[in-house]
Structures are given as C-alpha cells and as structure tokens.
Design a protein around this ligand. Sequence first.
Ligand code: TMP
Length: 211
Amino acid sequence: MKGKFIVFEGIDGSGKTTQINELSKWLMETDLIPEKNQLVITREPGGTELGKSIRSLLLDTSKEKSPDSITELLLYAADRSEHVNKIIRPTLNKGDWVISDRFCGSTVAYQGYGRKLDIKLIKDLETIATEGISPDITFLLDIPVEESIKRRINRKDDRIEQEGREFLSNVCLGFEELCEDSRWKKISAINSIKNIKSEIQSEIKKLIKNE
Ligand code: TMP
C-alpha cells in the first residue's frame, strides 16, 4: 500500500516549519504509520541534492542573477521533477509517508497569482513534473499579509520575500482559490501553536478513517 503524502503551504512566516515538526513528532507517537514504514520530511525548492543548487539560484538576491519569470517557473518545475522522481515517488511506493514543505500549490499561488503567469502553462508543467503524484492532503496555514511582514521583521528576506505587499496579497488570493479543493484544509495560523497542531491532527485522523 502506498504511503500518505502530506503538504504544508502558506506565505512566509505562516509557521510551516513549526507545524511540520509538531506533526512529525505526533505521528511518530501514534500507530498511524505502519511499524515497518518511515516518515520522510522534505521541502520545495531544495528537497534533493540538485534541488539545493536550484534553490540557491532561485532565492539569490543579487540583481544580476535575478531570473526572468518564465525562467523562474521552469526552475521551480525542474526542482519539482527531481524531487518527485528521486524522493517523493520512491518513498510513497515503499509505503513510507512524506511531509513536504510546499508543493505544486506554491507555483500556482506565487508564479500564477503573484507573477501573473498563465495558469494553464503552470498546470501543464505540473503534469510533466509530477506524473500524476498528488498530495492526499494539503494544509494551508493562513495568515494575513501584515502578520507575515511582522513575523519576518528580524529576518533577511530572500528574493521572493522581497516582492512586497501587493505581490503577497495576490499570492494569498491564489492559495484562497486552491482551498476550494476538498483535499485542501485551510487552518487559521494566527491561533496558538497548540490549537493549530490539534486541528491538523484531527484532519489527519479523518483522512485515515475515510480511507
Ligand atoms: P521557503 O522559504 O518556504 O522554503 O520557500 C522559498 C520561496 O520560494 C518562498 O518565498 C516561496 C517560493 N516558491 C515559489 O515562488 N514557487 C514555488 O513553486 C515554490 C515551491 C516556492
């Protein structure tokens, strides 16, 4: 039996890392993952060795290296293809579980709604890169743009984070639309860590129960 594929999405500062850590701790304590199987935590961009190089190209803040928006899209797609082929598919085929910090939803939200690239083109590249692999459940950790800016005040922004308020508002709109899919769960991430954590746990229990 295939393992479960769980994805976390959200704008920067939404607390994905914290909740991924909380969920993995909890999953290791439960018997939801069969004893012989493992949990693999990964991310996009940068989940593979090649992907780490692609990530540093994508997030480099130097002006001379700033990619054209189609180049940017193709780099995210290349990172994803490598990630699906080297990590996600082989892991799920073994029955192991995967939690990924970001996946295809980020491209729709950032490149589609943020950069205003053609959604059909994005979806076509998604089909090529994923070859039919899609998450069992995606959590959108939802925070207002102002909260994201506030939470990142003492952090050095990467190239995408430097885009500013309007760009981020459009990205949020993209995530909002993606949440119309029943496999997406929107969680208000301005709640306490404890509340967010238990909401996520109850969605995972539901997912397993409804198999
Ligand atoms: P991270 O800081 O959450 O690891 O993500 C790196 C940045 O890359 C983040 O600002 C969102 C952006 N991104 C896209 O623009 N498109 C994508 O497809 C992905 C996966 C991330």
